[in-house]
Design a protein around this ligand. Structure first.
Ligand code: SDX
Length: 389
């Protein structure tokens, strides 16, 4: 059987299956463009480098929701609406306060976002006139859910959102109980920009599939959170941090090159490396690498950056595989004092802007998403009574 491991395409038995839907074009979209060979990423017309240097996360949200940048009054309106929607419905606050403190943050986030639907009196209506406000409301509330749970599980009082400041500013304020400095806010804002949108990744595909049944936006985002949670997708940033902490446990002189080679010899996947589309360094990773280098020095975590570079070189030499967006973001978040099991939640609070943008795009030109499967089991077997089986 001549199977291509990368696509699962097999001429003999599976004439039409692309394993993992690799290479399948399922939709047209204006939300983003990726050139995996050149390492180019564009959000609705703007190169990620242009946005990283000039935009704020709120401008990127507007861009992904409207396919254009906001003017001054539109940007002010986005800020005002996000501020207005940061507070959580009481049942959701009660859930966060009462759930198991040892629960996974991504599981709590998934449950809490699902609960938001109960307090939305427009729930259940599949109406394009409602989607923008729902997108803003969910985007505004996710940082609050994350920060509240981290405070509660740490035995601290929750810190309510301020009626001022950006999404990044408020998230760090609610998480740490003190207003962040400009550098920390800018760092978080840039991380949110870099993680906002990325074409037909697994969680965005999930969001569109749920939308296509004319279900509601809360169901779509809840499902997408479930998809992002997996270590082959958004969960990789937490897994990268666990790898670096494993190295740290070996002491200052841990050998990241040997460590990496041993894992490869055991046929283990090295988290934070590889990508279905990029065949060179993920363009987002370059910005995160610079942030990781600077922050690791500023916060005394130089070893994490050194080990990261050793792993990067080893993966390139051994497998010709480059880091993806999750690799350096781990060192950035850890250097900012954020718990590793919150890293994928931060990915979520950014990617919800892309998911909701895709939801609205799908709804505007919808068709139920329903591929086929090639049945390879037995057919028309004779019945055998249970006592004879
Ligand atoms: C994200 O899709 C997106 O856009 C996602 C994302 C986004 O913004 O939404 O960019 C975010 O999810 C980034 C990816 C985070 N995941 C990880 O870091 C987990 C580790 N990476 C791998 O599991 C893998 O690279 C995937 C899942 C990301 C991609 O998998 P593919 O396209 O199915 O490729 P594959 O698993 O078939 O690997 C092809 C070859 C294999 O070697 P051979 O068996 O042919 O010898 O490359 C090897 C793999 O073993 N390989 C790796 C590897 N990634 C691929 N070997 C070791 N370590 C790795 N990380």
């Amino acid at each position: 059987m001549s199977t291509d491991l990368h696509t699962g395409f097999d001429e003999e038995m599976y004439p039409y299956i692309n394993k993992g839907l690799a290479g399948i074009i399922a939709f047209s979209t204006t939300k983003s463009f990726i050139d995996g060979e050149k390492g180019e990423l564009i959000y609705a017309g703007y190169n990620i480098d242009t946005l990283a240097e000039n935009a704020t996360f709120e401008e990127v949200c507007f861009l992904l929701w409207n396919d254009r940048l906001p003017n001054t009054s539109e940007l002010e309106e986005v800020h005002e609406k996000l501020k207005k929607h940061r507070a959580l419905p009481e049942p959701v606050v009660n859930y966060i306060k009462s759930t198991d403190k040892k629960a996974e943050p991504m599981s709590v986030l998934r449950s809490a976002v699902s609960m938001l639907a109960d307090s939305d009196e427009t729930k259940g209506k599949f109406d394009e006139a409602l989607f923008m406000d729902q997108a803003i409301s969910i985007t505004a509330k996710i940082p609050t859910i994350i920060a509240y749970f981290d405070r509660v599980r740490s035995g601290k009082e929750i810190v309510e959102p301020l009626n001022e400041g950006s999404t990044a500013f408020n998230f760090l304020y609610m998480l740490n109980g003190e207003k962040p400095g400009q550098h920390a806010e800018k760092t978080m804002d840039l991380c949110l920009i870099l993680h906002a949108e990325h074409g037909m990744n697994a969680s965005t595909f999930t969001a569109r599939t749920v939308c296509a049944t004319m279900s509601d936006m809360y169901s779509s985002i809840t499902a997408a959170i479930g998809a992002l949670k997996g270590p082959l997708h958004g969960g990789a940033n937490t897994a990268v941090m666990n790898t670096l902490l494993e190295l740290q446990a070996q002491g200052e002189d841990a050998d990241a090159v040997e460590f990496t080679k041993k894992k490869l010899a055991n046929k283990e996947k090295i988290m934070g490396f590889g990508h279905r589309v990029y065949k060179i360094f993920d363009p987002r990773g370059r910005h995160l690498q610079k942030m990781a280098e600077d922050l690791s020095v500023e916060t005394g975590h130089e070893n994490f950056y050194k080990w990261s570079m050793d792993m990067l070189k080893t993966m390139k030499e051994e497998k010709n595989i480059d880091p993806n967006v999750d690799f350096f973001s781990a060192t950035v978040y850890y250097s900012m004092g954020i718990q590793p099991d919150l890293f994928t939640c931060i990915f979520t609070m950014s990617r919800v802007s892309g998911w909701t943008g895709h939801f609205m795009e799908q709804a505007a030109n919808n068709r139920l998403i329903r591929p086929r499967a090639l049945y390879v089991g037995e057919k028309n077997l004779d019945w055998t009574p249970v006592e004879d089986r």
